[in-house]
Design a protein around this ligand. Structure first.
Ligand code: NAD
Ligand code: UGA
Length: 459
């Protein structure tokens, strides 16, 4: 029997976004054929194996249900472009590290190569969807590239930014707060937009699918990340003041978060935000503002990143000062290396800055994390004086201090009496996430330092 698929969807880029997003579309739309391609053949092989390249709760089950049914991972990009009528682009858009805008602007080389490849391979009309996060007005450049060839087939460019967070990606994809779809406001643009609305309408309530003009859609993604990161920098800035004034940052967060205008989410003071996107997207926004001559606006958003750097630095300096102004020859355990819980991703993790700073102070380091040790080893390749240990009890044994970097639930349930007994005294805990029971730890004998709280120190 000839296959009965009603739509042929392709995603270019099989990363943290491409893989999970397409898995959800395939799962919810059994009559669509969904293919994911990547230039990285090893990654595609991993997606086709039992060892997926991305750790995400619930992802394995969904992949198990749809792979080979209507979800396929492939390396023949040109053939897949020809076969699809709808093409999502989910390639990486990191911060540029060379030339004009280095360290700020988005590096669009992967995205541009993809646009050119689509143009070269396509022999029938395509809807091309920006799934990756890009500067506002990128769709214009994409349209220019796609239509720059004589007699080329027709293309419609749509913006459909992704709002999933790692660690909760499958839930975010299944029950999104909203799906945003932007297009040109021409008849053709709106027709193309509706085709994408139809995909999501298979499982997302219609009132949660928002349509807008294409520039609003592109810009909303950068602004959403900037607002989220700004909340963290705001509470982290307040945490510094709390430490000077004996206020408790969690009590302050609770008090302000109950104001329904503010809301209670994203007010956890921490060692700083990490992840592949917040910093790069804010810097991208800052660069855009500067390029439009809006220097005050650019400075405003840049301060969000500055506070984040300050917070990481403050954390290390607090360790140094608490431990008698020297870490040399001491041994410190890092509990967690991932940038947040429930992921193995370590991109821009604050733990990397803390780890490197501790090693620079000539202390020995033991890193433990339930999912991120492989990435930690790669991130710290060539740095001496570090060991990696999956078991937190073994990691802490013989250490002078524990620095908790990631809010893995498992760290709240450990036997800290046993851990204390195995450590060098005086023993210190620096809780970079405010998840541990500090009163209990103090009673056990630890000197306890938490973000935005008065330290509990035995004289
Ligand atoms: P990633 O690095 O995990 O994956 C990108 C993939 O694209 C890589 O596997 C890479 O090999 C592939 N690729 C690059 N150039 C290619 C080409 N020319 N042809 C085929 N494949 C190519 O990145 P990611 O985390 O999935 O992010 C992708 C985009 O989505 C970024 O713009 C990011 O800002 C955005 N985003 C990420 C998240 C997240 O949580 N990670 C959430 C929302 C949005
Ligand atoms: C973030 C956004 O939440 C997503 O909506 C967005 O799609 C994504 O970026 C993206 O564009 O890549 P993510 O970075 O995966 O998702 O994770 P978050 O939950 O936002 O956490 C980011 C960082 O902030 C983590 O290091 C986390 O520990 C930290 N954080 C978060 C805090 O320090 N305090 C908080 O209250 C919340």
């Amino acid at each position: 029997m000839k296959n009965a698929f009603v739509k042929n969807i392709l995603c270019i880029g099989a990363g943290y976004v491409g893989g999970p997003t397409m898995a959800m579309i395939a799962y919810k739309c059994p009559r669509y054929k969904v293919t994911v391609v990547d230039i990285n053949h090893e990654r595609i092989a991993q997606w086709n194996s039992d060892r997926l390249p991305v750790y995400e709760p619930g992802l394995g089950e969904i992949i198990g249900a749809v792979r080979g049914r209507n979800l396929f991972f492939d390396t023949d990009i040109d053939r897949c472009i020809k076969e699809a009528s709808i093409i999502f682009v989910a390639v990486n858009t990191p911060t540029k590290v060379f030339g004009a805008g280095a360290g700020m602007a988005a590096d669009l080389q992967y995205w541009e190569k993809t646009a050119r490849q689509i143009r070269e391979a396509a022999d029938s009309p395509k809807i091309v969807i920006e799934k990756c996060t890009i500067p506002v007005k990128t769709a214009l450049a994409m349209e220019r590239i796609l239509t720059s060839q004589e007699g080329s087939v027709s293309f419609d460019v749509i913006s459909n930014p992704e709002f999933l967070a790692e660690g909760t990606a499958m839930r975010d994809l299944e029950f999104p707060d909203r799906v945003l779809i932007g297009s040109r406001e021409t008849d053709r643009g709106i027709r193309a937009r509706r085709e994408i609305v139809d995909i999501y309408a298979n499982w997302v309530p219609r009132e949660r699918i928002i349509e807008s003009n294409i520039w609003s859609s592109e810009l909303s993604k950068l602004v959403a990340n900037a607002f989220l990161a700004q909340r963290i920098s705001s509470i982290n800035a307040v945490s510094a003041l709390c430490e000077k004034t004996d206020a408790d940052v969690q009590e302050v967060a609770r008090a302000i978060g109950l104001d329904s205008r503010l809301g209670s989410k994203f007010l956890n003071a921490s060692v700083g935000f990490g992840g592949s996107c917040f910093k790069k997207d804010i810097l991208n926004l800052v660069y855009l503002c500067r390029s439009y001559g809006l220097s005050e606006v650019a400075d405003y958003w840049e301060s969000v990143v500055k506070i984040n750097e300050y917070q990481k630095d403050r954390f290390v300096l607090a360790m140094l000062s608490a431990m008698f102004n020297t870490l040399a020859g001491k041994k410190i355990a890092l509990f967690g290396f991932a940038f947040k819980a429930d992921t193995g991703d370590t991109r821009e993790t604050p733990a990397l800055y803390v780890a490197k700073s501790i090693v620079e102070e000539r202390a020995g380091l033991v890193i433990t994390d339930p999912q991120a040790l492989r990435n930690a080893m790669a991130d710290l390749e060539g740095v001496d004086n570090i060991t990696y240990e999956i078991d937190p009890y073994k990691a802490a044994a013989g250490c002078d201090a524990i620095a908790l970097m990631t809010e893995w639930k498992l760290y709240t349930g450990l036997d800290y009496e046993r851990i204390y007994a195995s450590m060098t005294k005086p023993a210190f805990i620096f809780d970079g996430r405010n998840i541990l029971d500090r009163t209990r730890l103090f009673e056990i004998g630890f000197n306890v330092f938490s973000i935005g709280k008065t330290p509990l120190v035995h004289v």
